[in-house]
Ligand binder design. Structure first.
Ligand code: AMP
Length: 429
């Protein structure tokens, strides 16, 4: 039995995200929120857990995410509940429940849960941000959604960003293609990787997604869905491709792109980064899911969306620039007269819209300057005995090389002095 004193740790595959690292997450979410809300997408918050049926029906009873990776439990009333492994099925469930006006454009961010083998860039609790548009099958919305995902990643300077697209057809042409693929795979069964040799029939399309050399070689001559599209799917595909090219997006057509979730129809896409390890190089992806809402119990409703893996985005950014995305407060107040002046000054600065921090416990000047340095504030505001007596403060730059840049200003001028410095820093960077 565990001793009460045994150290408790975050469960395998999960982690704590502490400050200052968490500030990078805030940055990711706030930039995403700005981009998508400017495009008319509203924040949707759904529960972290749902009736298991939402995912079993939405993602697919036979899908690995549902059969192997989902966290399921029975609640105290005996209901079958699952932690969400992804958000799109929940979005469709919310759509069916609330019947909003269409097109319904929403965005989300938050944790997802999948019982996977943890490794770099793969966790059991991981975070996604995404956007979904329900209620229109206009190919222009495919272009809007894909270009939003692209623009966001491009704005983060993700190194070697690549966009691949494909069409998976629909309920008319997919079965015809599937049959052709099945007959191809049957005649190449013995050449597949050890896993797919046994189980390719469960989900033949996933074999195309397998990165193992055996499967890659065996499927080289496999038929492609793009050659089997029915006329309406072909027309849609052409319009999406033209739309993306028309916006100048660097897009490549990848007939092997099938993606992991069963609900996709027509357009699918994925974005990857050269900054990530090749097995986990996807920063995100998505596609159309025109049958999903009906599967969940609603009326036939078209839909398209994407989700981006936040851990992957941060890994990709790290690989290119260790440069700090995290900024310290505008000012750090060093109080040598007991501490209550720092309380007053930080409050005053914060109320005026600047960020400000301070030290506690009446530490020495040196200790407070060390704390200021750690905070990454560009400027310190010092209040000592002399300053207090003359109703002034000393303002000093923390940036190396300009230690001479120190002035004593009347307290009433502090705000304008800090604003002047903040402006100069911004213009200089
Ligand atoms: P999916 O929902 O499977 O289409 O995944 C969308 C994106 O979420 C992927 O491209 C990854 O960036 C990210 N992702 C999926 N599973 C995990 C995981 N277990 N750990 C970290 N990120 C993940």
């Amino acid at each position: 039995m565990d001793s009460d004193k045994a150290q408790l740790r975050a469960p395998t595959g999960t982690r704590d995200i502490l400050p200052p690292e968490s500030a990078r997450w805030e940055m990711l979410v706030s930039r995403f929120a700005r981009l998508v809300s400017h495009a008319g997408y509203g924040l949707l918050m759904t529960p972290l857990f749902e009736d298991t049926a939402v995912f079993a029906r939405g993602v697919g009873q036979q899908n690995d995410v549902v059969t192997k990776e989902m966290y399921n439990f029975h609640d105290k009333a005996g209901r079958s509940i699952s932690l969400r492994p992804e958000v799109t099925a929940s979005v469709a469930r919310a759509f069916v429940q609330h019947r909003p006006q269409t097109p319904w454009k929403v965005w989300y961010w938050g944790p997802q849960f999948r019982y996977e083998r943890p490794q770099a860039g793969r966790y059991r609790q991981f975070y996604q941000m995404g956007a979904e548009a329900l209620g229109t099958s206009d190919p222009e919305i495919d272009v809007e959604v894909i270009s939003l995902a692209w623009d966001y990643c491009a704005s983060l300077d993700i190194p070697g960003l690549a966009l691949r697209v494909n069409s998976l057809g629909d309920a008319t042409c997919r079965p015809v293609y599937r049959e052709a693929l099945v007959s191809y795979l049957r005649s190449h069964e013995h050449e597949l990787c050890s896993e797919h040799k046994e189980r390719w029939q469960a989900n033949p399309l996933r074999v195309l997604d397998c990165k193992r050399p055996d499967c890659l070689a065996a499927t080289e001559g496999a038929p492609h869905q793009l050659d089997y599209l029915c006329d309406p799917c072909q027309e849609h595909w052409k319009a999406v491709l033209e739309g993306l090219l028309g916006l100048g997006l660097e897009v490549s057509v990848d007939p092997r792109l099938v993606r992991g979730l069963d609900y996709y129809t027509r357009t699918t896409f994925e974005m990857s980064s050269l900054g990530l390890h090749s097995a986990q190089d996807a920063v995100g992806g998505g596609g159309r899911y025109d049958g999903l809402v009906e599967t969940i119990g609603g009326p036939p409703t078209a839909g398209i969306g994407f989700s981006l893996g936040m851990e992957r985005l941060l890994l990709a950014i790290d690989s290119s620039s260790p440069e700090e995305l995290v900024h310290g407060p505008d000012a750090f107040v060093v109080d040598l007269v007991g501490g209550s002046e720092a309380t007053r000054l930080t409050r005053e600065l914060r109320r005026a819209g600047l960020s400000a921090d301070r030290a506690f416990d009446a530490r020495s000047l040196r200790a407070q300057m060390r704390a200021a340095d750690r905070s990454r504030a560009p400027t310190v505001v010092i209040v000592g005995g002399e300053e207090l007596a003359s109703d002034t403060v000393t303002v000093r730059s923390m940036r190396s090389g300009d230690s001479q840049d120190q002035v004593r200003v009347p307290r009433t001028d502090l705000l304008s002095e800090l604003r002047r410095r903040a402006k100069a820093t911004k213009e200089g960077s």
